[in-house]
Design a protein around this ligand. Structure first.
Ligand code: BJW
Length: 237
């Protein structure tokens, strides 16, 4: 089936599941064993920075040991084949595995585990981090505490203008590996559908949301390599 261009792909934790990175919700998910409100809010960090730092140190260790899977590689190939005008990769994931696979211009709306930012002011210089965060390191501008440069509950996701423009212009919008629970990311497929895009969900446990025109009930790592072949063939024809 032909898919109108440009393509906009929104990925979630399911994309990285085959790389050994746990998803958030459902059986074995991160939020099953951890209380999100005690770990993933600015208030939680202010109340117990050591607890939050340890949680993200553990997450960073998992990510640093992980490799991109065929789903990441397929999306990287798609962005290479279609370019920035033909394809926008938006991800909620903070693991950087799309970039590791070679994808260019990834819009990481929930930030990254690979940098730290000032807790008081996100515009102060960010710092790259590997391994555990040094608890003694502080913001070079104001001396404030450093925290993972991820977007917590109650904070504004990044790049809203770029995302809004891409969604409004999408010919095809694909949501892959996301439960559609967390807003504003969860509203993007519906907005794309309302703006006239063909909407596709890829998820072995589909959400059942009525705004998807096509549902592919299959893991990202098997579905994406096949679909990307078809989407890039569309572009070549
Ligand atoms: C596979 C697979 C395979 C498995 N292949 N698939 C009430 C109503 C509406 C909104 C709100 C509300 N109350 C509060 C809000 C706002 C809140 C929100 O949405 N809360 C909901 C929980 C209700 N949102 C926010 O706070 C956001 N900011 C905001 O709204 O700003 C405006 C505002 C500001 C101030 C006041 C009020 C409003 C920010 C959200 C930030 C989310 N942050 C996190 C943590 C990031 C850092 C970290 O990693 O620790 O982002 S939470 C977590 O969830 C993470 C993810 O990016 C995000 C989404 O999860 P995702 O990716 O969908 O993963 P899962 O686990 O949920 O699903 C995985 C899926 O994969 C499943 O469906 C599987 O079936 C599938 N799968 N294997 C393909 N192999």
């Amino acid at each position: 089936m032909s898919h109108p261009h440009p393509l906009v792909i929104l990925s979630g934790a399911g994309l990285s599941a085959a790389s050994g990175i746990p998803t958030f919700r459902g059986e074995g998910g991160l939020w099953e064993g951890h209380d999100a409100m005690r770990l993933a809010t600015p208030e939680a960090f202010a109340a117990d920075p050591d607890l939050v730092r340890r949680f993200y140190d553990m997450r960073r260790a998992v990510v640093e040991a992980a490799e991109p899977n065929p789903g990441h590689h397929a999306l990287a190939a798609l962005s290479g084949a279609l370019g920035g005008h033909g394809c926008t990769l938006i991800t909620q994931n903070v693991d950087g595995l799309l970039e590791d696979a070679g994808a260019q211009g990834v819009v990481a709306m929930h930030g990254t585990l690979r940098r730290l930012r000032c807790h008081h002011d996100a515009t102060h210089p960010h710092v790259e981090v590997t391994g555990p965060q040094d608890p003694a390191a502080v913001c070079t501008t104001c001396g404030g505490p450093l925290r993972p440069a991820v977007v917590w509950f109650g904070e504004l996701p990044l790049h809203p203008d770029r995302i809004g423009l891409a969604v409004q212009a999408a010919g095809t919008f694909v949501a892959v590996g996301t439960s559609g629970v967390v807003y504003p990311a969860a509203g993007l497929a519906r907005a794309a559908h309302a703006a006239g895009a063909h909407t596709v969900e890829i998820n072995p446990d589909p959400t059942g949301a009525p705004w998807f025109d096509e549902v592919i009930a299959e893991p990202a790592e098997t579905a994406l390599p096949r679909l990307v072949d078809a989407w890039t063939a569309d572009a070549r024809s």
